[in-house]
Write a protein that binds this ligand. Sequence first.
Ligand code: ADP
Ligand code: MG
Length: 841
Amino acid sequence: MKDDNKQTYTPMMQQYLKIKEDYADALVFFRLGDFYELFFDDAIIASKVLEIALTARDAGSKVSMAGVPHHSVKPYIQKLIENGYKIAIAEQVTEPGKGLVEREVTRVITPGTVFEDEILEANKNNFIASLLVTEHGYLLTYADISTGESFLVDKLNKKEVIDQIKTLAIKELVVKNQYDTILIEELKSNGIYVTIHEEVNTHDTKWNEHLELNQRQGARHLLNYLNATQKQPLSHLQKIVVEENKKYMNVDFRVKKHLEIIESNTNNQKTTLLYHIDNTKTAMGARLLKHQLNHPLIDLNQINQRLDLITAFLPSQYRSELQERLSYIYDINRIVGKVSFKSVNARDLYQLRETLKQIEPLKETLYKYDNELINNLTNKLDNHQELIDLLEKAISDNPPLTIKEGGIIKTGHNEKLDELHNINAHSKEWLQNFEEEERERTGIKTLKVGYNRVFGYFIEISKAASLAMEEDFGYERKQTLTNSERYISPILKEKEDVILNAKDKAINLEYELFVEIRDEVTKYTYSLQELSGYIASIDVYLSHAISAEKNKYVRPTFNNLREVKIIKGRHPVVEKFTNFVANDIIMSEGETFLITGPNMSGKSTYMRMFALLSYMSQVGSFVPATSASLPIYDAIFTRIGSSDDLSGGKSTFMVEMVESNEALTYATNNSLILFDEIGRGTATYDGMALAQGMVEYIYTKIKAQMLFSTHYHELTALADNYEKITNLHVKAREEKNRMIFLHQVEKGASDKSYGLQVAALANLPKELIKRSEQILKQLENKEDKVKVDLFNYDDEEIIIDNTLSIEQEEVLDGLERIDFDKVTPIDALILLKNYQNKLKK
Ligand code: ADP
Ligand code: MG
């Protein structure tokens, strides 16, 4: 309909429609003077989402319109982005004057391409990723364009892709085409913003040249999309770091969530590990700490390097001084990013200068530690003296936020500018001086400088004097009055120009000079990013050292015997809210602990404590215990808290089985498995049977160390049949039919399951409890009679081999879902090779 009417619209509206055609999937912010206007459906959407007035404009015919002021546009953009919209900014690119102002889309803003401080959170990365299918699996290339940090992981399967995307909280995923509909749908249903972008760059840059050919594709794809949306070179993108999945402990998103490492299960940040160990002072430090917490290591040397640095920062003598120094340091990476985006303002450069000026004092403080490791880091800190000098000389001390209204360049930086400012301030004085000089030069005492609108500044000489003039002194006669002659002089003309335009010129020149300085700063992109990285490290290790002291953590040690020896371990979060009872964990290779005890006694807390201590150790952090010696785990699997997933849609039992299966499939004898009350979601005998089956399978086949808490008291008998299955129980005392929880974990099985006592604790009616006790007695008598032979385990019979492997299932699944209308022949080939490789595994 819009197009039919095109001819009836005003030229401006036709211009709008042409732009809108190219950006159909975005809301077009059309710059009109001091406003960005939205038209047609865009206006209706904006008025609803932004709660702004919907008006109409006569543009040949009436069209809907909504507008936001350009100087305060950011909150509006933020709200639209958060609601999943894309925004195309169409700016005026020619000066308003005669005719239609030209407009062009200068940038497309999407959830993954925001770089405005006002919209981003300082302590969090904002990642955008390209996801491609290659012969070897999925390739995920991701970058934070506000900081320039860039990474890649490849050879991923579907589960790992989803896991990475969730773990890294990737804001926007760019895919090449739609054939992988299930994955895309799954990601979308997880709230991930997915963009389809087909084109791929063909040339490589410093950003990706170091990668294998196969891996470069992702960078080419992502860069093509970034260029298409940002429309300018992104010189600050840092060399892509290849994140080898093998370098890290295998802990998936769900496990991290269960353990509340960074994200809380209840929306209360205080229940997360991060909250209690984050003492960072800089934004880049905070981001690095998050990265570390998301990527626990498996390499002993790397872990020990981190622990050594924490140890180095333990002495507290200079701590507050160091923290203070760090607190003055601004977000260098994001400033560098803004320089590259040309969105930096003088205030940012002022902050950069102040930051760089902190580096020398920071180094002085660091050297006081007199520690070799710290010295090594300190030596690498370059304060960029030349840059300080330039910024100090050039950028004024209290610059405004805009760069187009002057007031940003200091006096003394540029002669021409100083002259302009001088003229501005002293034009009157200059004219007086000029008048005097001219009087002297010409010898005409009555010479005067005057001004009128018609010819601007002129020189007026009395009739008599002018008649007596023997030469013209370079003057040109302009006007004859009754008593005087008026002249103009080239110098005066020139000055007039300068005087009249001094202000405008000064502003323009300031802008030009600013751009020069900005370009100069661009040259330091790489070394500033390096500096930022070193400061982040210092901040993070200092932060760990502070937590270690504040929270009474110790340095963990690691052993090759796969033994666990944690003495007086504590849960780093629960201990903040309770009077925590510390517990030991002593476990040998391949051992399984069966933990029983009443509800609310502390079984889950004990298990999570174990997981957290291992996790923290491998992050390279100190841990809450009096001592801790641990093996290095290749993975942690958990199945915790059956109540957690009730809102997830799937039945609890199904979730339980899916999660358990992950451990059964991927765990090795170097993994740690925590199963918390498996089998709750189904009938007693089913549940018990499954629980026992799992314990036996893991114990005999996988040989991973495992903590298995259960409300099936019957399972405690397993300990009699397997050498390394050990019963533990959490002590509780009954007092006058009431439970007192001691939270003390000890060897041996608990004597009964205590469910009814806990019910009494919850103040259920006494009569009900009495009756339940009767029923229980009857049940317990009955169970004796149907005692099954729990330990008749015949290997041969149990092995069933007709199930599909995960790879095979993925291939079948994929084949079934391919939409051949959307696959190019090349992609189809790649996909086939990918499937073949999977089947070869
Ligand atoms: P269970 O899994 O046995 O039902 P939880 O581990 O969920 O019990 O613990 C219940 C509550 O008891 C926790 O929320 C915590 O407040 C408290 N608790 C658990 N372990 C300890 C401990 N070691 N010291 C102090 N309080 C504890
Ligand atoms: Mg529990």
